[in-house]
Design a protein around this ligand. Structure first.
Ligand code: RTP
Ligand code: MG
Length: 136
């Protein structure tokens, strides 16, 4: 059964030249791309995307960071796509949580600069896909 997830290569990942690496790992895992686009992020899309974190101490820094440069947004699909991409990404903190062999474990150092986003549930994925790719 196919599932969809919303993947972002965040501004730090784009800046470090990791777009190809992220796409490569998605493809090698057996997931497929249903949409892929480089774009800048407005404050309002950022606020909606991270609405669940409103009021948390890192919220303002998070919005500032995600709007600081271009991101690559993708719809990724396949069996268990949500969990499968989060496995590829690794845990939120690139040192304390993400294992070596994951994107964050291999290329990240600080929790704010953790390179990629992947939806945390099928419900979040559908909400985020509507926000980022309304045409899908
Ligand atoms: P994401 O939503 O970006 O895919 O990351 P995630 O599910 O692994 O983590 P989440 O709890 O949703 O947090 C969203 C983003 O907020 C930043 N963060 N900073 N300073 C902090 O303690 C802290 N905690 C979270 C991270 O950039 C995280 O990806
Ligand atoms: Mg999250």
């Amino acid at each position: 059964m196919n599932e969809r997830t919303l993947v972002l290569v965040k501004p730090d990942g784009v800046g470090k030249g990791l777009v190809g690496e992220v796409i490569s790992r998605i493809e090698k895992k057996g997931l497929s791309l249903a949409a892929l686009e480089l774009r800048s992020v407005s404050r309002s899309v950022a606020e909606e995307h991270y609405a669940e974190h409103q009021g948390k101490p890192f919220y303002e820094d998070l919005l500032e960071f995600i709007t600081s440069g271009p991101v690559v947004a993708a719809i990724v699909e396949g069996p268990r796509a949500v969990a499968a991409f989060r496995q590829i990404a690794g845990g939120t903190d690139p040192v304390d949580k993400a294992a070596p062999g994951t994107l964050r474990g291999d290329y990240g150092l600080e929790v704010q600069y953790n390179l990629v986003h992947g939806s945390d549930s099928a419900e979040s994925a559908e909400r985020e896909i509507k926000l980022w790719f309304p045409e899908h």
